[in-house]
Structures are given as C-alpha cells and as structure tokens.
Design a binder for this molecule. Structure first.
Ligand code: DSN
Length: 420
C-alpha cells in the first residue's frame, strides 16, 4: 500500500484513493526506465503532502505580499541555502514551478522578444524551451539551433562555435533531454565568452549526477543554471534557477512578479529535503551507481545488437535507434510497457520518422538505481527488452505476458520508497 498511508483520502474519496494505490503498485511492478523519472524518498513525499499547500507567499523572504510567513520564510531560506551549498553557486531561486517556466524566466530576465538565442534542436536531444519552433521560445525569439554530428551522434563544438560567431546570440543554452554524453561546459563557456553571450546550462537531467560528483559541474562556466528537481536529483516535481551574483536580481524579478504568482511552498519544502539528501555521502554513491548501471545496460544492449546513439553513454541516459530491429519506437515502447518495462519513444538525431512515431526509445537508470538494482542486474533488463521486442515482431503476445510476470516477480525483492 501507498507509503505514507492515505487512510483519510481512502475514507473521503475511495475511488481516487484506489487510483493512487493502483499507481503506486504499478510503480512497484515495473522496471521504470523513463530517463526523467525517479522514486522520491518517503520524506520527500511527506513534505509534499503538508499544510504548506494552504499558504500564499508571493514575493521573497522579508518582502512578501501576504502576512503569516513566519515559517515559510525559514523553509524557503533553508532550500536556498542548501542549493547554494550543494552546487556551490552564489544565488538560487527555488520558486520556479517546473523546468519550462524556469527557462522562460531566464529569457524574461536576460533577453527581449526578437533577440537571437541559441540552443540544441529538440530532435537532436535539446529541450522545447531551448528555442524549438513550436515553443514560445522559438516563436518569440530568433532561435538558432545546433545539433549533433551524424557520424558520432555527439555535439560538434566547432559547429556550435561557427554558428555562434555567425549569429551572435544573446543566450546560449547547453544541456537537454536526450543527450547520452558528457556536456563540455568549459568549451561552451569559451564560445559564449567569445561572442558575448550568457551561457545557460540546463542541467535538468543530470542535476543529481552533478550534485553527486558523477558529471562535471557547470559552476564557474555557465553564468546561469536551470534545473528541474525531480529527475536524477530525486526531489519533488519542481525547478530551480542558480546563477552568479550578477544575475540574481534579474532572475528573481523574472520569476516573481514576471512570470509567476505564489510559490508552491509544499514543493519548496520537499526540495529542501531532497537537497539535504543529495548532500549526504550515500547520494554520491547513488550518482556513481546510476552511471555504472547505464553503462552496464548500454553494454548489454550493444551485446544484443541494439544500435545506441553515440555508441553508448556517459551518464544516466541511453538513446536507442530501433531501425535495425525492424520496429518503430512507439510500438516498441507500448509492447515493453505491457512487458513491465516502462520507457518512452523518442526521436533519434536525423530521424526520418515523425516525433509522434519516431525511430527510437530513450532509457534511463535513475529510478532502477534508487530501487537498488545494480550492474549485475542490467544484463537481465537488456534480455527482457530484447525478448519483448522480438516477441512483438513475431506477434507473440503470450510471451509479453510471461516477461511481465517475470519482471514483477523479480522486482518484488527490491523495496520501493512510497510503497510498503
Ligand atoms: N519531459 C522531460 C523529459 O522527459 O526529459 C523534459 O522536459
């Protein structure tokens, strides 16, 4: 059952409580490989579900527009101090609702509509808010986009430099949502400096790896850092902006009153809890294990003939092109979900197919590492993936059911925070 228990909800709204219980059990029974997801601790869950949700706190500590901030001010200050200490930054804003609003606040703070901005193209592994055409950031700014090399699947920094020199962007975003390789922050910083751009490192995916020392830090290279708090960082759904002191005021003003009203205080508290957890020595071990698991899973998949973008991974994420396996990303993801293995279909660089029916799938090891799976279990995970895809190609539905039963039986030995 859900942990913490939800007896009041079960009494007041049994139908809804049942659905939440169902979701908790689903999370217990599945090998969860969605690269942007995780399992938060029970402490984070508890902080999220508190009376802090009752409170409005527009403004910042000491300068609020509502009374009664005696405790919220302290909670927000704790989150800020913990973020500053963990990442080693001058300034942190913990109020942004999620990753996209956090990035919008960066635009509002540091650019004007029509300005040239530069980011990684979404189909190459970037994020919508790095200037992709359908996003407000692509519509309201003159966005130029870099990608990856076709032969390596990796960012070509010479191409990034040439583009930056030609376009003179005001902002350069690095980071993204489907980048399996280390981001070279010093190289991006050098390019940004040369063209007079502000470098924004979007570390949403890798924040936990950065905090845990398993990925180089952008601090000292990027003037502004944006991150969500719920991916490898293993906190609640939320986001933070961090920066050099010089940009603090502009970013704070852009978040409130520029874009948002009252911060979600229950989320702020849960972020504070997650940041304290991420500062502990066992989180360093966690971050290292996430990467070790991703490498072991990548090796096992390569051994089974899967085609990985860039040939492998340096972080928590694997991007797999299924073209050579004769199946699209979407039918594969749907079949794998039925087999108890949860991931998302994803475009691969230079994908000839459409985003809603792309060639690839994206996998990540953050959640299964939290669950306690280690490198010795990765060949088994790869075997299930391989078997489920082969069964789908053969139209062998019973085989999918057999895998789901094996997965559920296997996972019953691995405890899940949030389920008891
Ligand atoms: N939706 C997130 C992800 O899955 O990577 C990015 O915003």
């Amino acid at each position: 059952m859900h942990q913490p228990a939800i007896p009041h909800l079960a009494a007041a709204d049994p139908e809804l409580a049942q659905l939440i219980e169902g979701e908790a059990k689903r999370q217990f029974d599945k090998v969860r490989l969605i690269a942007s997801e995780n399992y938060v601790s029970t402490a984070v869950l508890e902080a999220t579900g508190t009376v802090l949700t009752n409170k409005y706190s527009e403004g910042y500590a000491g300068k609020r527009y509502y009374e009664g901030q005696q405790f919220v001010d302290q909670i927000e200050a704790m989150a800020i101090e913990r973020a500053k200490a963990l990442f080693g930054v001058d300034h942190a804003n913990v109020q942004t609702y999620s990753g996209s609003p956090a990035n919008l606040a960066v635009y509002l703070a540091l650019a004007a509509p029509g300005d040239t901005v530069m980011g990684m193209a979404l189909p190459a592994g970037g994020h919508l808010t790095h200037g992709w055409s359908v996003s407000a950031t692509g519509k309201w700014f003159r966005a130029v986009q870099y990608g990856v090399r076709k032969d390596t699947g990796r960012i070509d920094l010479d191409e990034v430099r040439d583009l930056a020199r030609a376009e003179r962007p005001k902002l350069i975003f690095c980071g993204g949502t489907a980048i399996p390789r280390t981001i070279d922050f010093p190289a991006f910083a050098e390019i940004a400096k040369e063209v007079g751009a502000v470098l924004v490192a979007d570390i949403a995916h890798i924040a936990g790896l950065v905090a845990g020392g398993a990925h180089p830090s952008p601090v000292g290279h990027a003037q502004v850092i944006s991150t969500t708090t719920h991916k490898t960082l293993r906190g609640p759904r939320g986001a933070m902006l961090m920066s050099d002191a010089e940009y603090a005021k502009a970013l704070d003003k852009a978040v409130f009153p520029g874009l948002q009203g009252g911060p979600h205080n229950h989320t702020t508290a849960a972020i504070a809890v997650a940041l304290a957890e991420a500062a502990r020595p066992d989180f360093r071990e966690y971050a290292a294990n996430v990467v070790a698991n991703a490498k072991a899973l990548a090796d096992a998949l390569l051994g089974r003939g899967f085609d990985l973008v860039s040939g492998g991974t340096d972080n928590h994420l694997i991007l797999m092109d299924l073209t050579s396996k004769g199946i699209g990303g979407k039918p594969a993801a749907q079949a794998l979900d039925r087999a108890g293995i949860e991931l998302n279909y994803n475009t691969v660089p230079f994908d000839p197919r459409k985003p809603f029916d792309p060639s690839g799938v994206r996998l990540g090891t953050s959640a299964i590492t939290t669950r306690g799976l280690g490198v010795d279990q990765m060949p088994q995970v790869a075997e299930w993936i391989d078997r489920a895809i082969a069964a789908t190609n053969d139209g062998d539905d019973p085989a999918i059911g057999t895998i789901a039963a094996e997965v559920s039986e296997f996972l019953s030995a691995y405890p899940m925070p949030g389920w008891a």
